[in-house]
Design a protein around this ligand. Structure first.
Ligand code: SF4
Ligand code: SF4
Length: 203
């Protein structure tokens, strides 16, 4: 008989514990998200593919196209393209290509960047069967509305033009001096050849 009551007591106790948990969860805010309409907030240390960081002051990236990330990438999956624009200090980034199919998320590129221009993104729901969909131009991803034109510094532009003109003038002067020297040398050779033939005639 005592076994029956013990069995009954254990059953009621187990039911009470179960109901306590059920009631607690019933009052807790659900954590289920309606993916893909809702997304999970990733932890700060999550590593998605790398991305360029937007500078709030300039509204664009702070990459100086030094290429250190490209050189340090063990998988060779970064390609930094840049050009010189008159009136703009340094080189201007024209494309930042990331081949995410071979990226190991090692973090070498982020560590190599001394300008704090790149970081790991929070992107976690990339999905495609096409390899090309994992080759990104990070510059275009930063500016989906279109990459802005670099800001030209009029003072720098003026200085560069003056320097260019001075270099062109110096090159022209050097060329003219070389031509003059060559002409003088030729004349001197002719004169000396003429003198020798006259001496031969006399003898
Ligand atoms: S995380 Fe590593 S493998 Fe990926 S792009 Fe950066 S350096 Fe290359
Ligand atoms: S991201 Fe950083 S390391 Fe890479 S080219 Fe730009 S400034 Fe240099």
């Amino acid at each position: 008989m005592s076994g029956y009551f013990k069995y009954l007591f254990d059953g009621i106790k187990s039911l009470a514990i179960g109901l306590k948990i059920t009631n607690k969860e019933f009052l807790t805010k659900p954590i289920t998200l309606q993916y893909p309409h809702e997304s999970v907030k990733m932890t700060p240390r999550y590593r998605g593919h790398i991305e360029l960081i937007r500078n709030d002051e300039t509204s664009t990236h702070q990459c100086v196209s030094c290429g250190m990330c490209e050189k340090g990438c063990p998988s060779g999956c970064i390609s930094v393209k840049s050009k010189k624009v008159p009136g703009v200090k340094g080189k201007v980034l024209t494309a930042y290509i990331l081949n995410f199919t071979t990226c190991s998320l090692c973090g070498q590129c982020v560590e190599n960047c001394k300008f704090g221009a790149i970081r790991f993104s929070n992107e976690y729901n990339l999905a495609s069967r096409r390899k090309e969909d994992y080759i990104f131009n990070l510059l275009e991803r930063l500016h989906p509305e279109g990459v802005p034109e670099p800001k030209v510094d009029p003072e720098l532009l003026k200085k560069e033009q003056e320097k260019k003109e001075a270099a062109a003038k110096a090159a022209a002067e050097k060329k003219a001096a070389a031509a003059k020297a060559a002409a003088e040398k030729e004349a001197a050779e002719k004169e000396s050849a003429g003198g020798e033939s006259k001496a031969e005639e006399k003898s």
